[in-house]
Design a protein around this ligand. Structure first.
Ligand code: PLP
Length: 392
């Protein structure tokens, strides 16, 4: 038994929560944040900061660098040098800034789809072109088709690759040999890799993520990595993240981009929250991962027993259950909005993650077990109503 109460049902309505800005009868299991209070150590650190009462312009403190360095070394066996690290207000702001700084309008940015939908926004809103390099589903897991990847990297218009490690929504933790091969091909075709590793602390218990920059010198030298404690510690609203760039020349360009776009300066809580998470949040995170593991198993068992027509993916990481609904009538098209209308359960439709996501849905199970049960019952009712409505 852990000493943290992840079963507690906490209302988030009326707190400006984006996820919970839904009708009274609706149950949101879409956007990737959690319905759990964060670690007590983080709350205490922020309370101390509030009590100080002065919220003037804020800089990055030395313990911020040390906290990241130490966490990556102890948790992930990787040494991030202090000078590699740059504070940023979020992974998405950083990625959008990197689009502008590291590529030219109309150039292609390779993404392995299905992938986090906001990647498309960062690419398209900056006038670049998303190049969807589809992952291959194999027995409920995604694999990389390296022939396809090489073909897409070789396109002379491809200048950037946006890697998601671990992968959202498919839940894969990429293996060292896969990352090595990506690095080799990216170098061969002169493509810079931006590795979004925001989900790296949310692996299933016993599963180890590998930083892209850790696998080879060529990976380190041709990449920018985006990291943050915000997913694992539920701090997205604090706007606190980092990039690290081992290559000095590349780092100068990235730094100029982030500063020019004014996304390199912290608010009064961003540093305190991140330092407390990385310095003191370890035990809470371990307990959280155990709880998420139980929810993952519960959801898969429920689907196996009640909805065998759906195939939940076999995942290594994230609290997002990626589920293949293509065996349903109409290949599962429009399933998520149908379920929302029918039952109030708000999950994410797969098509927003790229063409390869059509016919899938994504369910966020980072919530108390009782709430998950409610969601799964609604899922079953919604799928059955969908089948009845669209049966041939
Ligand atoms: C892969 C990935 N990157 C980035 C983000 C968001 O990052 P941030 O809140 O730091 O902008 C998310 C949120 O779901 C995500 O899944």
């Amino acid at each position: 038994m852990s000493s943290y109460n992840f079963d507690e049902i906490i209302s988030r309505r009326g707190t400006g929560s984006e996820k919970w800005d839904v009708a009274e009868n609706e149950l949101p299991m879409w956007v990737a944040d959690m319905d759990f209070r964060t670690a007590p150590e983080i709350i205490e650190a922020l309370e101390r900061r509030v009590q100080h009462g002065i919220f003037g312009y804020t800089g990055v403190t030395p313990d911020w660098y040390a906290a990241y360095q130490n966490w990556w070394k102890t948790q992930h066996g990787f040494e991030i040098r202090k000078e590699w690290l740059i504070f940023t207000t979020g992974v998405v702001p950083a990625i959008s800034s990197l689009m502008r700084r590291l590529s030219l309008p109309a150039e292609k940015v390779l993404i392995q789809t299905p992938v986090y939908n906001i990647f498309f926004n960062s690419i398209v809103n900056n006038g670049r072109v998303p190049l969807e390099s589809p992952l291959t589903p194999k027995n409920g897991r995604y694999e990389i088709d390296f022939g396809q990847l090489e073909h897409d990297l070789a396109d002379p218009q491809t200048t950037l690759m946006l890697l998601c490690n671990p992968q959202n929504p498919g839940g894969r933790v990429w293996r060292a040999n896969e990352l090595c091969e990506i690095a080799r091909l990216a170098k061969k075709y002169g493509v810079t890799v931006i590795s979004d590793e925001i989900h790296c602390d949310l692996t299933r218990p016993g599963v180890q993520y590998i930083p892209f920059a850790a696998v080879s010198d060529e990976a380190a030298q041709s990449s920018v990595t985006c990291i943050s404690p915000s997913k694992a510690f539920n701090l997205a609203g604090l706007h606190s993240a980092a990039v690290f760039v081992p290559n000095g020349n590349l780092r100068n360009r990235v730094s100029r981009g982030l500063n020019n776009d004014e996304v390199a300066e912290p608010n009064a809580f961003a540093i305190y929250g991140a330092v407390a998470a990385l310095k003191e949040g370890g035990p809470w995170l371990s307990a959280l991962r155990e709880y998420l593991e139980q929810n993952y198993r519960t959801a898969r068992r429920f689907i196996r027993e009640n909805l065998p027509q759906l195939q939940p993916f076999d995942e290594d990481a994230t609290y997002l259950l990626w589920t293949d609904a293509r065996k349903l009538p109409r290949n599962g098209t429009g399933l998520a909005p149908f379920i929302r209308k029918e039952t109030g359960l708000y999950i994410s439709g797969g098509s927003q993650y790229g063409k390869a996501g059509e016919g899938f849905v994504r369910l966020n199970f980072a919530c108390p077990a009782a709430r998950l049960t409610d969601g799964l019952n609604r899922l079953a009712a919604g799928v059955k109503a969908y089948e009845k409505t669209y049966a041939k």
